[in-house]
Each structure stands twice: as C-alpha cells, then as structure tokens.
Design a protein around this ligand. Structure first.
Ligand code: HAM
Length: 417
C-alpha cells in the first residue's frame, strides 16, 4: 500500500498547536473588532489577473504563484496574499467607505520551504479603503503593536519608510537604476537579474557581495514630493505621540509592487535572520483603480501566523493549551449511563468525555487520568441500583456519593459554573 506524506512546504497542524492557532485568531479578532473592523472572507482562489496587479515584477507573482487552468478553462491562482482580493471585493460590491475589514486564513507561495517559510502559510490582517488621513496609518500600525503585546511578545521591532507617490517612486527607480547600472560589475548575478526587473528589490539584497553598492545607493527620502513628505512626517509624529517605538529604514521596500507612501515591517528580535519578518504592510493608494475601481486610497497589514508563533516560542509566551475536559465519565455497566450523563452535562456547557468499548474499571480510570479532567463521575452496578453517581475529585482523590438527579448541579457548583 502506498503511504502518503504532506507535500513540501505544507504541514498538519495537530493538537495542541491547532488550538493555539484558533486562540491566535481569536485574540486578533478581539483587538481589531474593538477598533471597528469587520470580518471578511475572500475566496482562496480567483482569476489570476487579480494577483498580477500586486506586482508583475515581483517574485511572488512571477515565480511563486500556484496557478492553473480549471476545468472550465479559466486561468486561476491560489491567493498568494489577501490584499488584492479585498480590493477586488471592494470594487465588486462597492461598500461605503471607510471600509475597515479584517481577515485570516491560508495563502500559497511556491517558495523554498524552510523553518518559518512554507508554501501554505496563514496570515491575519486588516485593510482600510477610502481614507488618506495619516492618523489612520498610525492606527493601523498601533493595532499590530497592540496585538503583539496581547500575545505577550516584547521583542518586536518596527521599521517604517515612505515610498512616496507615483511620480516620486518612478523618479527614485530611475535614480536607482542609474546607480546600480554604473556599478554593475560589483553586483551579484542575482542582483543583476533583479535589476532588470525591479531596481527597488535590489535594495532588499542580503548578499554580502552587494552590501557596499546597496549602502551607497540613493535614498528614497530625497525623492519624496511635498505631499508624501508631509504625510510621512505626520505618521512619525503620530507614532511618537502613541508611544510606539520605530526606526526609519529607507531601504525598506517590501516584496509587493503596490505600495505607495507609508510602508512598515515588524521583525522579531528573537528569531534568526531567515524568517525574522513576522508582519508587514503599508499604503497601496492606486491598487483599487488598477482593479477597475474608482480612485480609492488603501492601507493595511498582514501578520504571518506561523512565524509569529515561532517568535512566541522563542520568547516563551502564548503557549499552546490542550483542550482539557472538566469531567470524565466512567461507566462499568455497559456504557448507556455514560451516554446519558455526558449528554446532560454537555447540554449545560460542561466539557465532558467518556471511555468506550466497555473497558475495565482500571482502563477507564487510566483514560480519566489522561484526560486531565478535574472530576470523574463513576457509575457501577451499586450506583445504578441506588440511583447515585460516585464523584471523584482527581486533585486529592476524595470521593462522595451524589444522587443521580442532583449530579449535574453538583458538578456545576464544584466547577464554579
Ligand atoms: P508580506 O510581507 O508578503 O505582505 O507577508 C506578510 C507576512 O506574512 C510576512 O511578514 C510573513 O510573516 C508572512 N509570510 C509571508 N510569506 C510567508 C511564507 N512563505 N511562510 C510563512 N510566512 C510567510 C503581504 O502579504 C501583504 N498582503 C501585506 C499587506 C496587507 N499590505 C497591505 N495590506
């Protein structure tokens, strides 16, 4: 018989990790819903054209997309991220602005798998459409910071930059191309290839051969127009007022093409270089237009769930928790009483489990022990005859006999429900 394993870059998220994932999304939802963001669920695949807009000169689009022709001959792609889908949804449904939404779920990129880099990975994120106000940039960044704090993370660094408006960015790209072309011989082969496609991405090179040329490259700061510069200054003032620490990194260009003005990235000080970026985002004024909508500014971020949890592990916070039951029912009379008792307790919200297969008392008690339940409700022949249940407190091993009709209320009282 063949035996199957998960595909490279994908994983089974088993208990108790899977509980932790759900708790992660619940904390995120709480933080952003408190700030007025609504939940949105875009599809996991759509017309590839939607994603081509996020950057035809980026690797995410040119090399890493999971795209295929479906049985109806449509060229579709698994989403590599969700910002483009949210903007497409905005154009399709035209909700009132400001449209403030949050999302969570898997994304797909055909990357080289390694720790912290997967082909299927989860993100949580927010997007806001229809607001130019720099105070919103501050709110968006502050929400990510608040979320990290709620997880208990303390070693998260924030870097921000501005990529200016369309014209500013274009002039900067020309200047960068000139700079790198003049020193082409010093660049690595990879950077020479990147330069052809997108000079901005050369700034992202971590290869030591490129370090000097990258360090000497012109800075975006000198190309910002008056509006973009004022916007960036206001964002920095707002962050200071909010008490959020940051550094300005004029080499921060991000991996997608749609960014204008504010961009930002969060890195975990506790992780190794390969996967320190635990979240990022920025403004993408212009993307909605490219998707066929009216001129609409946008800003948002996405945080990598997998990597953020690695950072949590490294800092020893937000530990996974097993979903323990409160009560375990042991029934040595065949199992029908266990079924009845479980149903009654569960109906009242008590987390209850039981043993199966009419096992021996000893085997059932072992299972009760493994379950982590605080209370064990034991039903044997004597209890059935007397219409009682034996309640055992696992902590101290004490036992008492309770009338069958009073057992649910008794359990609720002990658990403090
Ligand atoms: P991104 O920087 O491509 O931005 O991804 C955001 C985060 O997702 C990264 O910081 C990282 O934590 C995580 N991530 C990305 N690729 C992988 C991977 N292969 N394995 C594990 N984690 C990964 C975006 O996706 C934009 N949509 C963010 C945004 C929203 N900008 C504006 N709005």
């Amino acid at each position: 018989m063949p035996s199957f394993h998960t595909s490279p870059g994908t994983r089974d998220i088993l208990p108790p990790q899977a509980n932790r994932w759900r708790a992660f999304v619940a904390v995120f939802a709480d933080v952003v819903e408190t700030a007025g963001y609504d939940h949105v669920i875009p599809p996991m695949f759509e017309d590839i054209g939607v994603f081509l807009r996020v950057g035809e000169s980026t690797e995410i689009v040119t090399k890493e997309m999971y795209d295929f022709e479906d049985k109806g001959g449509r060229h579709v792609a698994l989403r590599p991220e969700q910002t483009a889908s949210v903007c497409r949804a905005f154009v399709e449904h035209r909700p009132a602005t400001p449209w403030k939404v949050w999302y969570s779920g898997p994304n797909f990129r055909y990357e080289k798998p390694q720790l912290g880099r997967y082909r299927q990975f989860d993100q949580v994120g927010i997007e806001v459409l229809g607001v130019v106000d720099p105070h919103l940039d501050v709110e968006v960044i502050a929400l990510a910071s608040e979320f990290y704090a709620r997880l208990g993370l303390r070693h998260v660094r924030l870097a921000i930059n501005s990529l200016g408006d369309d014209g500013d960015r274009d002039r900067y790209v020309v200047a960068l191309r000139e700079h790198f072309t003049a020193r082409l011989g010093e660049l690595s082969d990879e950077s020479r290839a990147t330069l052809e496609r997108n000079p901005l991405r050369v700034l992202d090179s971590k290869r030591s051969q490129d370090a000097d040329v990258v360090a000497a490259a012109p800075s975006m700061r000198d190309f910002l127009g008056a509006d973009a510069a004022a916007h960036f200054a206001a964002v920095q003032d707002g962050l200071r007022l909010a008490g959020i620490e940051f550094v300005v990194d004029d080499r921060l260009v991000r991996g997608l093409d749609y960014y204008r003005r504010t961009t930002f990235e969060f890195t975990a000080g506790s992780l190794d270089a390969a996967h320190t970026a635990i979240g990022g985002g920025g403004r993408y004024d212009g993307l909605v237009e490219q998707l066929g909508g009216p001129a609409t500014p946008g800003i948002g971020f996405a945080l990598g769930l997998d990597r953020t949890l690695l950072a949590c592990d490294a800092e020893g916070v937000f530990a996974p928790r097993s979903s323990r039951v409160d009560v375990f029912v042991v029934d040595t009379t065949g199992g029908a009483h266990a079924a009845d008792l479980c149903a009654q307790l569960r109906r009242r919200g008590v987390r209850t489990d039981r043993a199966w297969d009419a096992r021996s008392m000893k085997a059932q008690m072992k299972a009760a022990d493994r379950s982590g339940a605080q209370l064990v409700a034991i039903v044997g022949d004597d209890e059935v005859a007397a219409a009682t249940v034996l309640l055992r407190t696992m902590d101290d091993g004490s036992q008492r006999t309770v009338p069958r009709t009073a057992v649910v209320d008794d359990v609720l009282a002990v658990l403090g429900h």
